[in-house]
Design a protein around this ligand. Structure first.
Ligand code: KG4
Ligand code: ZN
Length: 391
């Protein structure tokens, strides 16, 4: 990646494009903070019958959606495609998700962004999807978070559960990965447990809704403490990562279902839930035992995320917390994290619900400091399915 420090004199308008998983998204953001448009075409209905994202279907749908979605984002921002790109010249750059994500899906956004940048003679900016999730929070809350010292970011979604120390100096954000999951992501656990119990896809919003009607203390779930390799003599060494694991709780839910003869009621619910059923309609399809199981599952996952996030914040002396990714939409997570932060006097910020799940405003926002730094992508930019963030 080329880096040259060029002072910025343009409009500050960046078109962001995101296609890493099952959402085709485009947005125009001014100077990393003001959303002029934020358009998301979700593929939920396509993948829902399979209970998870099917990579080939995702690429095909991105190909279908990319032109109308970018067009809608430009129109909403009043930068229409008219004629030979009239109006688009006020854009300063095109930003696109480089990875991590599904390679075929990423390539649709990257190919389109490259062509547009070339046609308009605008710089192309490559953005890490995980950095995008962090900027989904900074986009609206940068002013309310401390400007000095490290912030701790929990990125918790269907594909990721990561802890990063994020620090801003010399107009650039620097990241250090200090925690991750050793198996499933937290959102993946929500999706798998919802599928197991005959609920819709993605499972997070269903469980979020139904859990409020159950007893979170009904089923005692526990998380094994995973010892990082650099953990010596029972003491955490300064560079030992904070580790999460969510595959065990999914197996524990399965075992509970088997030992409590719940299979028949799950099969009946699966029959009754159609593509048009909403999480709010599912309450009447769930008995109290199911609601208690969901509430206990959600409480256990949220508590594990909370415990480790606050332990990491203390360990690294974080000055504030950023919580982002699809699971950051969860109401119990928001309220328990907010309470814990209040008790410790730590500033905490979450994205607006529209920015918690995948979107392109976060990609355009993350690209703004890169535009200021002249950190542009080469024309050979390609998808990087396992792109890491930070050291
Ligand atoms: O960030 P995102 O849109 O995509 C990825 O980068 O993975 O996150 C999607 C994930 C799914 O696993 C979904 O079930 C979860 O976020 N999710 C939630 C909620 N809304 C979405 N999980 C718990 N509670 C929610 N309200
Ligand atoms: Zn995401």
């Amino acid at each position: 990646m080329m880096v040259n420090n060029v002072p910025h004199t343009g409009s500050g308008l960046i078109l962001g494009i995101e296609s890493s998983c099952d959402e085709t998204a485009a947005a125009v953001v001014e100077r990393g903070t003001r959303q002029l448009s934020n358009v998301v075409a979700s593929q939920i209905a396509i993948h829902s019958p399979y209970g998870g994202v099917v990579p080939e279907l995702a690429s095909r749908e991105h190909l279908r959606a990319i032109v109308p979605v970018v067009d809608a984002a430009l129109r909403e921002a009043r930068l229409t495609m008219g004629g030979a790109g009239f109006g688009l010249n006020s854009l300063d750059a095109i930003a696109v998700t480089e990875g991590p994500g599904l390679a075929g899906a990423l390539l649709v956004g990257i190919g389109y962004a490259k062509a547009l940048a070339y046609a308009l003679s605008k710089p192309l900016i490559a953005v890490n999807h995980l950095e995008g999730h962090i900027h989904a929070v900074l986009l609206e809350h940068a002013a309310s978070l401390p400007v000095t010292g490290p912030l701790l970011a929990l990125v918790v979604s269907g594909g990721h559960t990561h802890l990063y120390l994020a620090e801003h100096h010399n107009h650039t954000w620097h990241y250090r990965n200090v925690g991750h999951t050793v198996d499933d992501a937290a959102g993946e656990a929500f999706d798998k447990v919802a599928k197991l119990l005959g609920l819709g896809y993605p499972g997070g919003p269903w469980i979020d809704h139904l859990a409020t009607h159950g007893n979170p203390d009904a089923v005692p779930f526990s998380f094994a403490q995973i010892k990082p390799k650099v953990h010596r003599g029972g003491q955490r060494t300064s560079d030992a990562p904070f580790l999460f694991s969510f595959s065990g709780i999914k197996t524990a839910v399965l075992r509970y279902v088997e030992t409590h003869a719940m299979a028949a009621s799950i099969a009946a619910r699966r029959q009754q839930i159609t593509a048009s059923t909403k999480p709010a309609d599912a309450l009447q399809l769930c008995d109290q035992q199911t609601l208690d199981l969901l509430a206990s599952f959600q409480r256990a996952v949220v508590d594990d995320l909370r415990r480790k996030t606050f332990a990491a914040a203390e360990h690294y002396g974080a000055h504030g917390l950023l919580i982002s990714g699809g699971v950051a939409a969860n109401r119990e997570l928001r309220s328990r994290f907010t309470r814990a932060a209040g008790e410790r006097g730590l500033p905490i910020a979450f994205p607006a619900l529209s920015l918690a799940t995948d979107n392109a405003a976060m990609i355009a926002a993350a690209a703004w400091p890169k535009l200021l730094a002249g950190d542009f992508a080469p024309s050979s930019l390609s998808a990087r399915a396992s792109l890491p963030l930070g050291q």
